[in-house]
Design a protein around this ligand. Structure first.
Ligand code: TRP
Ligand code: SF4
Length: 327
């Protein structure tokens, strides 16, 4: 039986951090065992917000791919490619664009949000409004059955499904598949200040963080704000240090809860131990990444193989799409 297809992507706009591992990579790594997976560096999506610093995108693309590989994305199982190296994404974007009403895009909750949040980046542009249409093209080009994404991306998936239905209605064909989202079952992992972990908040722990910085960051993590003194009992359920244990060392959860609610240990000790756990988690990733970046042409060869495989599927879909519209 043919395996079902998964497509997912990340925008190369900065260093990857533990939030990416929790929210996406850990899921990708599992899924590659059961699906035919395509993992894409969404550099055109990155360009939509980073066009003033476009020269940085390429470096982040390579760095991010190095992180994917170091975390366990296996290039023998999955295809890794760069969106802009498969121009068919743009042809499908154009074809879909002609049938997407402006209202669908203006109404998209992520659009209003991002224009507000990225004020300094001036994303009130023509291309940015079409962000979800390009994302739909990414997914439909490969007829992905499932798309692992974060919760924030669900409106884009819904829009993609709507676009499929409209395309089918207009073309009287059924060439595409309505993709389904796949969410992770790992609890959310917040930044060290208690907000969403994000590059722009500078509250992240990088996937290749060095031990010293890592420890400093963990020791400054936001905890239960009501546990002010060493003898106050804490509330693990509102503490991000505790949720970090759940993610990275579940077997310690009962012990840590006991320290916390019975004030047996202070937050500093609790964080110190978490820091050691995270060091142990990050060290092999960091070492593997160093090796990967030293191997000449290693990443380039993987990306070339990915590009070729992606391209051959993309061409077929574009041909079918043109045929469906009698172009
Ligand atoms: N918009 C996604 C994000 O910011 C990145 C992305 C681009 C993507 N194209 C995609 C994700 C296609 C899944 C499928 O996370
Ligand atoms: Fe959080 Fe640990 Fe402090 Fe409890 S003891 S509040 S779990 S850091």
């Amino acid at each position: 039986m043919k395996m079902k297809t998964i497509l997912s992507g990340m925008r190369p706009t900065g260093q990857l951090h533990l939030g990416h591992w929790v929210g996406a990579l850990s899921n990708w790594i599992k899924l590659q065992e059961e699906y035919n997976c395509l993992f894409m560096v969404a550099d055109w999506h990155a360009l939509m917000s980073e066009y003033k610093n476009s020269g940085e995108i390429k470096g982040f693309a390579i760095d991010n791919v190095a992180d994917w590989l170091s975390c366990g994305i296996d290039p023998d199982k999955s295809d890794i490619f760069i969106q802009s190296q498969v121009p068919e994404h743009l042809e499908l974007l154009m074809i879909l664009s002609v049938m997407v009403p402006l209202g669908w895009l203006f109404r998209c909750p992520t659009y209003k949000d991002q224009v507000q949040q990225l004020k300094d980046k001036e994303v009130n542009t023509y291309a940015f409004l079409g962000y979800p249409v390009l994302q739909a093209a990414d997914i439909l080009l490969y007829k992905a059955h499932k798309v692992p994404v974060g919760e924030d991306q669900l409106p884009h998936l819904e829009l993609c499904r709507e676009i499929v239905r409209k395309f089918h209605l207009i073309s009287k064909t059924e060439i595409f598949i309505e993709p389904k989202p796949v969410l992770t079952d790992i609890p959310r992992f917040l930044g060290i200040d208690g907000r969403k972990m994000s590059k722009s908040y500078k509250n992240y722990i990088a996937l290749d963080e060095d031990d010293q910085t890592l420890e400093m960051k963990v020791l400054s993590m936001f905890t239960d704000p009501e546990r002010k003194r060493r003898n106050d009992p804490g509330r693990p359920e509102v503490c991000n240090v505790f949720s970090s244990y759940l993610i990275f060392k579940e077997e310690y959860k009962d012990e840590v809860r006991d320290w916390c609610v019975n004030a047996k240990k202070g937050c500093r000790d609790c964080k110190k131990m978490l820091s050691d756990i995270l060091k142990e988690f990050i060290a092999p990733i960091r070492e593997k990444k160093e090796k990967i970046l030293k191997k000449k042409n290693y990443i380039e060869d993987i990306l070339e193989k990915g590009r070729k495989n992606a391209k051959s599927i993309a061409i077929q879909t574009i041909n079918e799409t043109r045929e469906a519209l009698k172009l």
